[in-house]
Write a protein that binds this ligand. Structure first.
Ligand code: EPU
Length: 357
């Protein structure tokens, strides 16, 4: 285990915000985690687990110990007549994992192509795109309890997945240990995900129906697309709509799509007939946060060096560069201004997706 001091974090967060970690350890194995927890100086420090840094806004230097997750490995765990079970180390880049499964002939993750971040972060937010969420393909994950050093495995039910939500998004309660293992809601800051296993069902069925994908299918005049075609379409759609963090710093969608009751929705439609809304299985209505922000005139606007992307109002971007990068404070100021105008116009409170640290 190598302990690094005063480490620049600008290359470690996709927003490209300049900040430093006082202390950083690169975690390449579960043994590295055990070594941290056995170290008298490191063990008691508060900890920040960093994956691809695609879902974090840094508002200053990071004093807690940064655990940079770099556990690698991609493998087929099992193949049955009903599914392929595949596994990836937490430090693998998510898109690399998706591309690897397709290259091996295991389809099922194509709708989730090009989502930024690492495999270890994918269950935290229950990443999703184009009609598929991680929970639809999830088998189990391995994690280490930072309080006790114990390893444990969680299935989908124990992860308590919701829309961009899981047990890893909620703070633990102090009395939440049973037989030495964390139990119930709340593993944020408590558990480090080390490996993730996914179940890719057989026979493979394409997930279409999402407007942008249906448009591509119509253009290509294909009735039964292959997984590879869907992968290519998703990559094209995302490249056209979403900024590449390597070119323009960003953290993907900055806000969650809010849900409202049918009554609230009817009330808004009466005032704003063009509002984009989707009925959900549970009877609630999901609204497109990007549309709400766009309707408030924010597309292309900036506060300081924090900007709203021209092609997708749900994405905030870094209009600074290198040493002149946006600050986390500017991003938070812009996000608050957007929340205020959406609330004043629609009575809806937008909830940020990334963690503000
Ligand atoms: N819209 C506007 N103006 C905008 C942006 C969007 O009018 O500036 C409208 C679009 O025309 C569309 C609707 O809003 O009718 C929804 O937009 P889009 O299809 O682009 O999807 P989204 O709801 O903005 C969500 C996810 C994305 C995911 C896409 C595709 C959330 C918060 N975001 O975006 O996820 O890629 O659907 O499935 O759920 C991410 O989480 O980082 C992310 C990129």
């Amino acid at each position: 285990m190598v302990v690094e001091k005063n480490v620049p974090l600008q290359p470690c967060n996709t927003f490209g915000i300049a900040a430093r970690a006082h202390t950083l350890v690169r975690v390449r194995s579960v043994d590295d985690l055990h070594a941290v927890l056995a170290d008298a100086q490191l063990a008691p420090l508060p900890k920040l687990v960093l994956g691809g840094g695609s879902n974090i806004i840094l508002t200053g230097d990071v004093k807690p110990l940064v655990l940079k997750m770099e556990i690698k490995g991609l493998r087929l765990v099992q193949e049955t007549d009903r599914a392929w079970i595949v596994e990836a180390g937490a430090g693998e880049v998510w898109h690399t994992f998706v591309a690897w499964t397709l290259a091996q002939g295991f389809p099922g993750l194509e709708n989730l192509a090009l989502i930024p971040g690492t495999v270890g972060a994918s269950p935290v937010q229950n990443i999703g795109a184009y009609g598929v969420e991680l929970q639809d393909r999830f088998e189990s994950l391995d994690a280490v309890d930072l309080a006790t050093g114990q390893s444990f495995t969680l299935d989908a039910a124990q992860c308590a997945f919701g829309y961009r939500d899981s047990v890893f998004e909620h703070a633990p309660s102090p009395s939440q240990t049973e037989g030495g293992l964390p139990r119930g809601m709340g593993l944020a800051g408590r558990a480090v995900i080390t490996r993730v296993r996914l179940r890719l069902p057989k026979p493979w069925k394409p997930v279409l129906g999402y407007l942008d994908l249906e448009r591509r299918r119509a253009e290509a005049a294909v009735d039964q697309p292959t997984a590879r075609q869907i992968f290519d379409w998703v990559c094209d759609i995302r490249r056209a709509k979403l900024p590449d963090p390597a070119v323009l710093g960003n953290a993907g969608s900055f806000f969650k799509n809010p849900t409202v009751t049918p009554e609230q929705c009817a009330d808004i439609i009466a005032r704003e007939p063009r509002i984009v809304h989707y009925p959900m299985a549970d009877g609630s209505i999901k609204l497109a946060a990007g549309w709400l922000i766009d309707a408030c005139g924010w597309k292309g606007k900036s506060i300081g060096k924090a900007g709203v992307y021209e092609k997708q109002a749900l994405v905030l971007v870094n209009r600074g560069q290198g040493g002149d990068s946006v600050t986390g404070g500017e991003v938070v100021t812009l996000a608050r201004a957007i929340q205020t105008s959406v609330y004043e116009r629609f009575g809806i409170r937008l909830e940020p997706e990334p963690v503000v640290w």
